[in-house]
Write a protein that binds this ligand. Structure first.
Ligand SMILES: [Zn+2]
Length: 168
């Protein structure tokens, strides 16, 4: 568990984006730079408290399903010993894929926050009926953020930067 907290979902999304951006700059790293945080909104302090955070671990652990979201979800279940995550929100730098979105639904996370669209395999942009019909048992709220541009880093497409770097 970390002791990081953020005053708003926008501040937390900026943090997640910044971490992914930093990952995209790491030399010789083959892991796709995606960052994920699961946080809980604390009413007393009126802020989001970070509970777990991770990047993708596909290359690190040589396991094809270790997307950042899956790593975080498994970690928080282990940490909290609870069946559902309905008091928690998930923040991801990139729109989750079908596997992760489905897992997020099964885990019953309250909301999905993301910044960058994933036109290739995202659950939202690829117009998959997931979450768009009444058939899904649990449909988290979907919040799409715009990261503030006037920071020390430029707001760019992280995934594009990454593939440009590895392909030269
Ligand atoms: Zn995924």
């Amino acid at each position: 568990m970390t002791n990081k907290s953020f005053n708003s979902s926008i501040d937390l999304m900026n943090y997640v984006y910044h971490r992914a951006y930093k990952l995209s700059k790491v030399l010789n790293c083959k892991e796709i730079p995606i960052y994920c945080v699961i946080a809980k909104f604390d009413k007393r302090s009126n802020s989001y408290k970070v509970i777990v955070e991770s990047s993708n671990k596909i290359e690190t652990d040589n396991c094809s399903i270790k997307h950042a979201e899956i790593v975080c979800i498994l970690e928080i279940f282990k940490l909290k010993s609870i069946r559902f995550l309905d008091e928690y929100d998930i923040f991801v730098s990139l729109e989750p894929c079908m596997m992760c979105a489905s897992t997020i639904s099964y885990a019953r996370l309250k909301s999905i926050h993301f910044y960058e669209f994933n036109n290739e395999g995202g659950f939202y942009s690829s117009k998959n009926p997931l979450f768009l019909t009444q058939k899904h048992l649990f449909r988290p709220k979907i919040i799409i953020h715009k990261v503030q541009k006037s920071k020390s880093y430029k707001c760019q497409n992280i995934i594009k930067i990454f593939f440009k770097k590895i392909r030269g």
